[in-house]
Design a protein around this ligand. Structure first.
Ligand code: GDP
Ligand code: MG
Length: 439
């Protein structure tokens, strides 16, 4: 989609003014691009009409490049269509906050339940997870495992139980556990069917959730819209979680679901890992659709992970050649906090496609985890003074983290090389520090 839109506006860009015919030509491309991206045809028509009205009605000759002006209008209309700025779910109401996750099988309900549990905890909640998909034992196990990973209590569902009973009882158990936010991970089907809808309606009636989040796989395009419509008709959903936005088909579903159901996307899933989620920012998605890349998100992510003061302190140590393994580990944790390298690269304009061409790129995340494990096995003194690491100590460290002495040696060598490079880099410009890592 973004390529097509970029192309469409390159045609207008060179021209001096917008008139009926060149607006028309540009919008024809926009329409085709949106349709190709699986946006609902009614949505496309409405969108294109809106942009045309505005483009022609407005005085476009305020010294602006007419192409820029149209891009601005298209961007603004996209933001409008995508809905206002979302702050996740409304957390201001009564406790417990009850959130019901609904959607087709494989859309990402269980994964998103875990992601939202983390988000809720960050908001100060004590979340409780409820596996209400009793049709496959694996579905319960999946949520139980996930809950264990993030240390969130989970209701002990079994496949013999009735989903409505599970949810009802889970509310009591959550209260007993002192939890104030409950996430119901319901069953899905391959297609919308009546028995499922009845079951979900039953859970809704028994639990009166404040939020019913429809989980949609962004890759399913037009289908997601039809399904969203059915779920909304029966359950009156309160919002949407759009998953798998790390894939290619990223514009279409977000655009049309909002337009067809009137319900906003609240969270966006950006990968399989539980940290791969963010709030939905219409302006950013609009930029992404227009091919500007998601630079804002990228910068924000980098900034939260790299506290400036810390970076400055670190750089000073590098200059003085005092950089030790303790600092090395701190830096590495920051890198991890930045999220998956791959996810990060995809946000840079043009990188998504490049990554695809490269095929399945192996990013050094596993490597980071192993390195951290080794450093964790060292004593603080050893981290501060890597020179202390003699054969005996190395052996102890290797045993401690379940790796070989060779791995420890590799790490030390890597560290030494890195500190050399850093000293070289920092040596030249004293006091002058880069504000952010080069991305
Ligand atoms: P459910 O059947 O609706 O509960 O779906 P699951 O949560 O089990 O997810 C189905 C598959 O999609 C799993 O393999 C997940 O790892 C994957 N998945 C979920 N969310 C995302 C996402 O945002 N991005 C990617 N790439 N995969 C996801
Ligand atoms: Mg599931």
């Amino acid at each position: 989609l973004s390529d097509r839109l970029t192309g469409a506006f390159q045609k207008i860009r060179g021209q001096k003014r917008l008139d009926e015919s060149n607006v028309q030509a540009g919008l024809r491309e926009v329409r085709l691009a949106l349709l190709e991206a699986d946006v609902n045809f009614k949505v496309v028509k409405q969108f294109v009409d809106q942009v045309r009205d505005r483009a022609l009605g407005e005085d476009v000759l305020k010294g602006l490049d007419p192409g820029q002006q149209v891009v601005k209008i298209v961007h603004e209309e996209l933001v409008e269509l995508l809905g206002g700025e979302q702050q996740g779910v409304d957390t201001s109401g009564a406790r417990p906050l009850k959130i019901m996750m609904v959607g087709l099988q494989g859309s990402g309900k269980t994964t998103s339940s875990g992601k939202i549990a983390i988000w809720l905890r960050d908001q100060g909640f004590k979340p409780y997870l409820v596996p209400a998909d009793v049709y496959r034992p694996a579905a319960i196990d999946q949520l139980v495992t996930l809950a264990g990973q993030i240390d969130v209590p989970v209701y002990p569902s079994t496949t013999e139980m009735n989903p409505v009973d599970i949810c009802r009882d889970a509310m009591e158990k959550a209260a007993e556990a002192g939890c104030d936010a409950i996430l119901f991970d319901t069953a899905g089907r391959l297609h919308v069917d009546e028995p499922l809808m009845q079951e979900l309606a039953g859970i809704k009636e028994a639990c009166t959730p404040q939020e019913i989040l429809f989980v949609a796989d962004a890759m399913t395009g037009q289908d997601a819209v039809t399904v969203a419509e059915s779920f909304n008709e029966r359950l009156d959903i309160s919002g949407v979680v759009l998953t798998k936005m790390d894939g290619d088909a990223r514009g279409g579903a977000a655009l049309s679901i909002k337009s067809v159901t009137g319900k906003s996307v609240k969270f966006v899933g950006l990968g399989e890992k539980l940290t791969d989620m963010e709030l939905f920012h219409p302006d950013r998605v609009a930029s992404r659709i227009l091919g500007m890349g998601d630079v804002l998100t990228l910068i924000e992510k980098a900034q939260t992970a790299f506290d400036e003061e810390d970076a400055e302190r670190m750089a000073k140590k590098m200059q003085k050649a005092q950089f030790d393994l303790e600092d090395f580990r701190t830096n590495m944790r920051r890198l991890k906090k930045l999220g998956s390298m791959e996810g990060l690269l995809k946000m840079i304009p043009g990188m998504g496609g490049m990554l695809k061409q490269l095929g399945d790129v192996q990013m050094p995340e596993k490597e980071l985890a192993r390195t951290e494990a080794i450093i964790n096995s060292m004593t603080l003194q050893e981290r501060r003074q890597p020179k202390l690491l003699n054969a005996g100590r190395k052996e102890r460290i290797a045993r401690g983290c379940g790796m070989q002495v060779a791995d420890v040696n590799k790490l030390i060598k890597h560290f030494e090389q890195m500190s050399k490079v850093m000293q070289k880099m920092m040596g030249g410009k004293k006091g002058k520090l880069p504000k952010m890592p080069k991305l």
